[in-house]
Design a protein around this ligand. Structure first.
Ligand code: PMV
Length: 326
């Protein structure tokens, strides 16, 4: 092979049942199952070119050479692609993202889902969605779920093959909307890769993991019944349990800012008054406000009155990872 190329796009997802902590850090085998839906509008586009002229893998993000840690992370996924395909060349990866990276908007999920699809295709592989999800997981656990549209479940599993994602419900089943309230657009101080390694230092992590099957079961039932009240109650609990683990790890991680907490209070009040909305928060301060399409306009108008909110992204449910023509 002298040169082989492919381009793919993928979007972030928002976890309704979150994973935090790894059973195996090197393979990113999560400590617990997780469930999410994939977003639209926010997107990462990645082109991979394998070329005999390169002496190492290169990573360019939004036009600039990436720092070594990010390059090495992408390179370890490419190493796996080379093992699977027999391709021996290094690759140049060029990635463009249309939303703030590393601010709790799951940029790594979109990035590694797009990279898994572009790199495997460029190397001549035609992987099934399940195998692609395992490959994406090596870069970022949550990326395994961004391979799919609609609601996706990541089985924690025990080894590389059994730790995969699958689609649970298509978008048409219940097209929810994520209104992302950005209360701080600066990069978070502790990224999820280091955060996962602290999870076991919290005395609450075991209890959170043990209770996951129950929360997952309730979440599946609420989605099946399209019951936003039931979904909101269980998903806010799940988000709070993950943050309780974060806050009680050593050292502790406190991702919430005053703006996050103010909005959490307001959303709980709105739901108690009958409005179809709930919150969930990832490893950052920004608040994902989940609602149904009929209420999205009212909610966006309310959020735009909040002085603590710098920016709002309205992200309906979207597609899984897809190939683009070069
Ligand atoms: O995929 P990672 O390593 O960025 O971890 C994701 C962690 C959370 O976003 C906080 C939860 C989740 O399940 O997406």
């Amino acid at each position: 092979m002298t040169s082989a190329t492919a381009t793919a796009a993928a979007s972030p997802n928002i976890a309704l049942i979150k994973y935090w902590g790894n059973r195996d850090d090197a393979l990113r085998i999560p400590a617990n199952d997780s469930l999410s839906f994939t977003l639209s509008r926010l997107e990462t586009r990645t082109q991979v070119v394998f070329s005999d002229d390169l002496a190492d893998d290169r990573l360019i993000i939004n036009g600039s050479e990436a720092e070594e840690l990010s390059r090495a992370r992408a390179s370890s996924l490419l190493k796996h692609v080379r093992e699977l395909s027999g391709c021996r060349s290094f690759a140049q990866i060029e990635s463009e993202t249309n939303f703030p990276t590393a601010a709790g908007l799951a940029s790594s999920a979109a990035a590694f889902a797009a990279l898994a699809l572009a790199a495997s295709t460029a190397a001549g592989l035609d992987l099934q969605a399940r195998e692609l999800s395992c490959l994406a997981r090596l870069g970022s656990g949550s990326a395994a779920r961004s391979i799919y549209s609609g609601f996706a479940l990541l089985h924690a599993g025990e080894d590389h093959q059994s730790s995969f994602a699958e689609q649970l419900f298509p978008v048409s089943h219940w097209p929810l909307i994520d209104l992302i309230a950005v209360v701080e657009s600066d990069s978070k101080s502790v990224g999820s890769t280091s955060g996962h390694q602290l999870a076991n230092s919290s005395p609450l992590q075991d209890a959170r993991i043990r209770d996951t099957p129950r929360r997952l079961d309730r979440t599946r039932q609420a989605i099946a019944a399209r019951d936003i009240e039931a979904l909101g109650t269980i998903c806010e609990l799940d988000s709070n349990m993950m943050h309780a683990v974060m806050m009680t790890s050593a050292p502790p991680l406190l991702y919430w800012s005053p703006g996050s907490i103010g909005l959490m209070h307001r959303i709980q009040r709105w739901r108690a008054a009958g409005d179809p909305v709930f919150y969930t928060i990832d490893a950052g301060p920004n608040v994902h406000c989940i609602t149904v399409p009929e209420f999205a306009g009212v909610l966006e108008a309310r959020l735009s009155e909040d002085a603590a909110i710098e920016q709002i992204f309205q992200a309906p449910m979207g597609e899984g990872a897809r190939l683009l023509s070069n």
